[in-house]
Design a protein around this ligand. Structure first.
Ligand code: ATP
Ligand code: MG
Length: 418
């Protein structure tokens, strides 16, 4: 027996309804905010992620699915979406379009991680990116989009945490303070963090190891080191969220320790879903476009993990959409009747009506049982008599009401089952 790769999942028909509902709602909300979909390749040159995600991150250091193709080029299955979107804008000459440019995507991502609840090796993200808007109102708009979607999906008990990590002007002071702080704990830090101490001490704040995260609790906070411009950006973000009625907590532990991530960072956290409780993470990355060879163009976005959204919906006891059921099931006896059933069903489907008939040669009784199991709203039985008279009875399975129709009058059949 061949099994699926570890950390991947099969989404079976009984489970797919909630996924389709989440994806559909995500598209609707994105479009409500003026975002348009972008699709990029599932794999990219490895260097794109090394530069775009950052080679001091866990994602790049430990989690990428990197392979050489037959000609020896190094490619990586996308671990996230932002770098690809930025590359696509640069490569397709879209950096001077009307601003802001607002884009969204629904993608699968791949990370070599230890599978557990809310963490898999192939997972699904809904992501948004906005380019060309440096003002804090754009940060609030992006946060409002994520918030609206989570509300529409019925996720209760979810909390927005925000922070500001400053800009290239003010970050060096904070970085130095972090270095000084962590240096005194050097021997206790995990091996990866010891390496990060020089290169990128802010990443230590992100480390999942219990020892490092305990030490990180006492570390200097970015908010204490912001320059006046970053302070007023953060103030405006808070004021705009207040005006929109979106509640938040200021959380100094949220960071994105990369040079081109700037100012706003945020997460939506649903504690009820367990240890992997960050449903959505995002922030501003005013330096990323330039880092990847494009013009200086501010950007902000988020990525929402759909597995975790669904876990949160389930724990909020959200009523899930029902699988659609046929409007009409035609039971038939004999070849002539089956052919007539095929003809009627085919016409109804052309009109967009969900209709079915017997394809496996069941007895009449078994066909009726099948119709019941499929939850068909109406049934129509065709046998020799009905073929001869050209008339048959449509039965409403909800109230047992019956009406007679002519088998050749598809319009009347369509009307009867709508
Ligand atoms: P985490 O702290 O959980 O590792 P992260 O910082 O690596 O998250 P991001 O790169 O910000 O995550 O990705 C955005 C979102 O994608 C996360 O908030 C989460 O909902 C989801 N996500 C990330 N990695 C996984 C995974 N391996 N399996 C399922 N969902 C994931
Ligand atoms: Mg991670």
């Amino acid at each position: 027996m061949i099994q699926k790769p570890r950390g991947t999942m099969d989404i079976l028909p009984d489970e797919v309804g909630i996924w389709q509902h989440v994806e559909k709602t995500a598209r609707e909300v994105a479009e409500l905010f003026g975002f348009r979909e972008i699709r990029t390749p599932a794999f990219e040159a490895t260097e794109l992620f090394q530069r775009g995600v950052g080679d001091t991150t866990d994602v790049v250091q430990k989690e990428m699915y990197t392979f050489a193709d037959k000609e020896g080029r190094s490619y990586t299955l996308r671990p996230e979406g932002t770098a690809s979107v930025v590359r696509a804008l640069i490569e397709n000459g879209k950096c001077s379009n009307l601003m802001p440019q607002k884009l969204y995507y629904l993608i699968n991502c791949f990370r070599y991680e230890k599978p557990q609840a809310g963490r898999s090796r192939e997972f699904f993200q809904f992501g948004t990116e906005m380019f060309g808007a440096a003002d804090a109102s754009a940060d609030a708009d992006i946060i409002a989009l994520a918030n609206t979607l989570l509300m529409r999906l019925g996720v209760s008990d979810i909390h927005l945490h925000i922070n500001s990590i400053g800009c290239p002007e003010c970050r060096p002071n904070h970085r130095q303070a972090l270095k000084d702080y962590f240096a005194s704990y050097k021997d206790d830090l995990c091996e990866t963090c010891r390496e990060r101490l020089d290169k990128n001490p802010m990443r230590i704040l992100d480390c999942k190891s219990p020892v490092c995260s305990e030490i990180a609790k006492g570390a200097p906070k970015t908010l204490d080191y912001l320059c006046p411009e970053c302070t007023s950006h953060f103030d405006k973000l808070k004021a705009t969220l207040d005006a929109m009625g979106i509640e938040y907590t200021i959380d100094a532990n949220i960071v994105r320790g990369l040079d081109y991530y700037t100012r706003t960072v945020f997460e939506f956290i649903a504690p009820v879903i367990g240890a992997q409780s960050t449903v959505c993470g995002g922030g501003r990355y005013d330096g990323l476009m330039k880092e990847l060879g494009g013009p200086q163009l501010p950007g902000i976005g988020f990525a929402m993990g759909l597995t975790r959204v669904i876990l949160a919906m389930k724990s909020s006891k959200v009523a899930l959409p029902q699988a659609p059921s046929p409007r009409l099931y035609i039971a038939s006896m004999g070849d002539k009747a089956q052919k007539k059933a095929a003809e009627i069903v085919s016409r109804l489907r052309t009109d967009g009506i969900f209709a079915e008939y017997d394809l496996v040669g069941r007895s009449l009784k078994a066909q009726m049982k099948y119709a019941d199991r499929q939850n068909a709203r109406f049934t129509l039985i065709i046998g020799d008599c009905e073929i001869e008279s050209g008339r048959a009875v449509i039965k409403d399975m909800q109230n047992s009401e019956q009406s007679e129709i002519a088998l050749n009058d598809t319009a009347a059949i369509a009307k009867a089952v709508l």
